[in-house]
Design a protein around this ligand. Structure first.
Ligand code: FEO
Length: 168
C-alpha cells in the first residue's frame, strides 16, 4: 500500500515523464523541419524512452494497488532558438529529473517504504545514463558551435540511435 504522499509524488513524476515525451517529440519535429533527420531520430528515440519511463511508473502504481492518476499533459515548447539551444534545454531537463527522482527517493526512505525505494533505484541508475548521454551530445554540439558542416556529421551519427526498452 502506497502512502497518499508517495502516490501523489509518483503520479506527479509519471506526468512529468509523459510531458518529457511530448517535449522531446517537439524537438524531433523541429529538427525534422530543418531536414536534419538524424537529429529528429535522436529526439524521437528519446521521446520513446520517456514514454517507457512514464509507463513503468504507471504499472508500478497499479501493481501496488494504487491509483494511477492521469492528468492533462502540458503543451510542450514548439519554438527553439537554435539547434544548440535544444541540447542545452535537454541537459537542463535531465538534471531536473534527477533532482525530482532524488527527492522521491528521500521520501521513500523517510517513510521506510522499501518497495518504492527498490523501484526508484532503477531511475537513479537510468538518470546517470540520461545525463551522460545528454551531456555528451551537448558537448559535441558545442565543439561544432551548433552549426556548419559539423551538423551533417552529427546528423549521421544521431541517425544510428535506436530505441530498445531499457534493462529492467
Ligand atoms: Fe525520464 Fe530523461 O528522464
Amino acid at each position: 500500500m502506497l502512502s497518499e504522499k508517495l502516490q501523489n509524488e509518483l503520479n506527479t513524476q509519471m506526468n512529468s515523464e509523459f510531458f518529457a515525451e511530448y517535449e522531446y517529440l517537439s524537438m524531433a519535429a523541429y529538427f525534422h523541419s530543418m531536414n536534419l533527420d538524424g537529429f529528429a531520430n535522436y529526439f524521437h528515440v528519446q521521446s520513446q524512452e520517456e514514454h517507457f519511463h512514464a509507463m513503468k511508473i504507471f504499472h508500478f502504481i497499479l501493481d501496488k494497488g494504487g491509483k494511477a492518476d492521469l492528468q492533462q499533459i502540458a503543451k510542450p515548447n514548439t519554438e527553439f532558438k537554435s539547434p544548440l539551444s535544444v541540447f542545452e534545454t535537454a541537459l537542463e531537463h535531465e538534471k531536473k529529473v534527477t533532482k525530482a527522482i532524488n527527492k522521491l527517493m528521500d521520501e521513500a526512505i523517510s517513510e521506510n517504504d522499501h518497495a518504492v525505494n527498490s523501484f526508484l533505484r532503477w531511475y537513479i541508475d537510468e538518470q546517470v545514463e540520461e545525463e551522460s548521454l545528454a551531456g555528451k551530445a551537448l558537448a559535441k554540439m558545442q565543439i561544432i558551435k551548433g552549426q556548419g558542416e559539423g551538423l551533417l556529421i552529427l546528423d549521421q551519427e544521431f541517425a544510428q540511435r535506436t530505441f530498445a526498452p531499457p534493462k529492467e
